[in-house]
Design a protein. Structure first.
Length: 356
């Protein structure tokens, strides 16, 4: 369901350094922000960790990522930065698992299960206590792309509502203490929102804003947007000439890094297009390409900015899912020595360490 929309994380950007003044008006919805309904109450399962699962210890660095399982379906896996001790996080959940996101203290991971619609789950980092927070609903919506707030109290995620050819989207906020769900922003077809990412101060969400073709499956245009959580307004940060997406904040919440023509738009980069990383300031200035891949070559995609100022990303070769590595750029934008974690998958997220 929504096979193309569920991969929609890119947006487009013009090669200029000015900021559009566009503001998109929100769509009124009936999703409750008061008492949770029975369908939104947490449901706990008995998804226990395998006996030989390595439990991350305090202060240890791990990478969570999505990767194929032996049965051909994708699961959420963990590995150390050198690629060792790779194991599936929750091995006894038979359906596809995707979009892992660490809690700020590194003790839990939010993820999505598709069966075939999408439910939001959390699990302890050792694979125990898997809990379904928001069940899938064929009559309403699916959930995807969770991201934990910096204070750990809220999970932001995208909700897909309705059929693909007329889908509406919402950026929803799940309160970890009360189980209540509120809506930060919503749009109607053909504009869809995707991949919310919290600013370090917790006041804004970066999102992918994509315009779909009338068939609901192909992409037309889009931009990276910023949702101000106090005003409820969405501001378009970029124009719409390139397929940019997968934004991540720098430690001071003053700039974003994002990818171009990434894996979540196309398995193979379109002819004549390259897949690179770019940065931009929040006022729309200083748009810069920071990698120099050529069409048909390596693909730098799915970046995330770390608290030490390094920018980590997936380095992928065309059509070879087993040749994906996580590499990191230092402050000088050169690849850091030894930063090549083989993940055999996509969507990596490093475990936060103390101080991150």
């Amino acid at each position: 369901m929504r096979s193309r929309l569920l991969a929609a994380l890119a947006v487009v950007l013009a090669g200029c350094s000015t900021t559009p003044s566009t503001t998109i008006a929100p769509l009124d919805t009936n999703v409750s922000s008061g008492e949770p309904t029975s369908s939104l109450r947490p449901l706990t399962t008995e998804a226990a960790a395998p006996a030989d699962l390595l439990a991350p210890q305090p202060g240890e660095e791990w990478v969570a990522f999505r990767s194929p399982r032996p049965d051909g379906r994708d699961g959420v896996f963990l590995a150390r930065p050198d690629g060792s001790d790779r194991h599936q996080l929750v091995a006894d959940m038979p359906f596809v698992q995707a979009s892992p996101a660490w809690s700020p203290d590194g003790s839990r991971i939010a993820f999505i299960e598709r069966n075939p619609d999408e439910a939001l789950w959390v699990v302890d980092a050792d694979g125990s206590d898997a809990t379904e927070l928001v069940p899938a609903s064929t009559e309403c919506c699916g959930q995807d792309k969770p991201d934990w707030s910096p204070d750990g109290t809220t999970i932001a995620y995208v909700r897909w509502i309705g059929p693909e050819e007329s889908v509406a989207t919402e950026i929803a906020l799940y309160d970890m203490e009360t189980g209540l769900i509120s809506v930060a922003y919503s749009t109607s077809f053909p504009t869809v929102l995707d991949r919310p990412r919290w600013s370090q101060d917790g006041t804004q969400l970066a999102v992918d804003v994509t315009t779909m073709q009338p068939n609901g499956s192909d992409y037309a245009a889009g931009s990276i947007g910023l949702i101000d959580l106090q005003s409820g307004q969405l501001r378009l940060l970029t124009d719409s000439d390139h397929f940019f997406g997968y934004a991540s904040w720098n430690p001071s919440s003053t700039a974003l890094v994002f990818g171009e023509n990434g894996l979540t738009y196309w398995n193979d980069t379109p002819d004549g297009k390259a897949t690179n990383l770019w940065t931009i300031n929040l006022d729309g200035s200083d748009l810069r390409r920071i990698t120099n891949n050529q069409p048909g070559g390596h693909r730098s995609t799915q970046p995330f900015w770390r608290s030490d100022g390094s920018i980590c990303y997936v380095d992928a070769e065309e059509k070879k899912s087993d040749r994906h590595f996580v590499r990191c750029l230092g402050a000088d934008l050169n690849v850091l020595p030894g930063s090549a974690t083989p993940i055999q998958g996509t969507h990596p997220r490093f475990r936060p360490l103390p101080g991150e």
